[in-house]
Design a protein around this ligand. Structure first.
Ligand code: ACM
Length: 501
């Protein structure tokens, strides 16, 4: 077996040749750009005399360097060199390119703030797996994490909360431990630059018109009930509190987006749109009158109307909105250019594509990595569907009937209601994110071939990187959370039948 057989994600083609290359510094391998290659594609030529990277673009060169690093062995994943002498590589040519152009991972920094250093480390881990989109979920009911110069209270007030629910208990009590944090623009610009240097685009998300309790705590006038004083939410779930539909509120969020656009060059900007209860609008005379004035059939249509205003604003500035699949039910017009994130299943993605939207597949039945990894009684805070490493590896992002030209790609999600530290994020994300990375890069394969490659070759790389992944045998004692309740859900038969192809 050669080092080429250890690669993860598996490359498209390997042609071994005789001999060995002794390489002093893999990072110094020369790069020649060849725009004839597919975007992000590369060829890695290893000969006794040295290494050459031929890459379609800078991203392709980044991926080639990651392949080279894997060929050097796990020690190449350490922060410093711990041996003398050159790296020893087998000779041959690796020709490689990704199946999907959007290979993403969402990191929820709203529920639990992750420091800048932790986000940068997460970027490194995405790069090591040839993932190319970091979707940063920056705002939610439980926290507002991006400093906005024009509206300082968003982070002064909205960036902090007085406590958090412990697991998924049903009562009102919290742990009483205040916490929070936020990123100044300079920190986010640094994250964007760092990610860009590694072939990763950062897609920010400002969630609206629901999931806005943190914003309402800071600026109550944005809400349907401005007279109600709300605190940054200390519970999990779907809050009934939504934005009002006044022109001043539209202006507020357009101004927020303008500051977001200054920091994030991404052509796609997340505007949320998920889990928006319409009860407050329906019960509020001012909202009912506003809906009528706008010619909407019902107050619930304010959901789609508000998102449409935001999507138009982005389009006028040369960007596109990304919304969760509720935007379809809210009547979002494909003409707005809105990309749909299909999270409630695969059906929404198919519907979105049929309606003319571009789609990113992120179905919670398959790729929500906060969901429990096993039915083991020691699994910490077991929430959501049971999704093992094998389940994630079996995921196929292009369901029957999906027009390939509408499928931008797929994205795994790391929501952090129950992941309060970077160590907990490591546990939830890995090694399942490695399985996901192979699915989106090379299309996946046979799990019985993947598993030993992961166990014997890739986990040692994660060990060298210091990733506290979930061991294949189950959680280590300090990774458990005895007595902290979760809320498991069961998959339906229909869920089981999807994505097994
Ligand atoms: C979501 O999980 N609410 C997008």
């Amino acid at each position: 077996m050669s080092a080429f057989d250890t690669l993860l994600p598996r490359p498209v083609r390997v042609e071994p040749s005789p001999g060995e290359c002794l390489l002093a510094d893999p990072a110094a391998a020369p790069v020649r750009l060849d725009p004839a290659l597919q975007a992000e594609g590369y060829r890695l030529e290893i000969e006794p005399a040295g290494v050459l990277i031929v890459a379609a673009d800078e991203a392709g060169a980044c991926h080639a360097r990651q392949t080279l690093r894997q060929l050097c062995g796990p020690a190449a994943f350490r922060a410093a060199r711990i041996h003398d002498g050159p790296w020893r590589l087998p000779c041959g040519t690796v020709t490689d390119q990704p199946r999907l152009g959007w290979r993403g991972c969402l990191l929820d920094v709203a529920r639990h703030f992750r420091t800048k250093a932790e986000v940068l480390r997460f970027v490194d881990l995405l790069a090591a797996h040839k993932l190319n989109v970091l979707h940063l979920h920056l705002t939610d009911d439980q926290g507002w994490r991006i400093q906005i110069d024009r509206y300082p209270r968003l982070t002064e007030v909205g960036g902090w909360r007085t406590g958090s629910m412990v697991g998924r208990h049903d009562g009102p009590e919290t742990d009483g431990r205040p916490h929070g944090g936020f990123y100044p623009a300079a920190d986010l610009a640094e994250i964007v630059g760092y990610a860009g240097d590694r072939g990763i685009r950062v897609v920010p998300e400002i969630d609206m018109p629901g999931h806005v309790r943190a914003a309402l705590a800071a600026y109550p006038e944005l809400g349907v009930h401005p007279d109600r004083s709300l605190e940054v939410w200390t519970s999990w779930g779907v809050s009934e509190d939504v934005l009002n539909a006044e022109e001043s509120t539209v202006d507020f969020f357009r101004n927020v987006l303008d500051e977001v656009l200054e920091i994030f060059p991404s052509p796609v900007i997340g505007i949320g749109g998920d889990e928006v209860p319409v009860t407050q609008w329906e019960n509020d005379p001012r909202s009912r009158a506003r809906a009528a004035e706008l010619g909407l059939a019902s107050p619930g249509d304010l959901h789609g109307w508000f998102l449409g205003r935001m999507a138009d604003h982005l389009r006028e500035r040369g960007r596109r909105a990304l919304g969760w699949d509720e935007v379809l039910d809210a009547g979002t017009d494909p003409g707005t250019g809105t990309v749909v994130g299909s999270w409630r299943g695969e059906e929404a993605g198919l519907r979105a594509a049929a309606a003319g939207h571009d789609v990113v597949m992120c179905p919670e039945q398959w790729v929500y990595l906060d969901h429990r990894q096993s039915a083991h009684p020691d699994e910490p805070i077991p929430v959501g569907f049971l999704r093992s490493l094998e389940d994630v590896y079996r995921y196929r992002p292009c369901p029957d009937g999906m027009p390939a030209e509408r499928l931008l790609g797929a994205q795994a999600q790391v929501w952090t209601e129950h992941l309060d530290t970077a160590r907990r994020v490591d546990y939830a994300a890995f090694p399942r994110l490695a399985a996901f990375a192979e699915v989106v890069w090379s299309g996946g394969g046979d799990f019985t071939e993947f598993l030993p490659r992961l166990r014997e070759h890739h986990l040692p790389r994660l060990d060298a990187l210091g990733v506290e992944y979930r061991p294949l045998s189950g959680p280590l004692p300090w990774q458990t959370r005895p007595g902290v309740p979760g809320r498991p859900r069961d998959l339906t038969m229909a869920d089981h039948q999807h994505s097994t192809g």
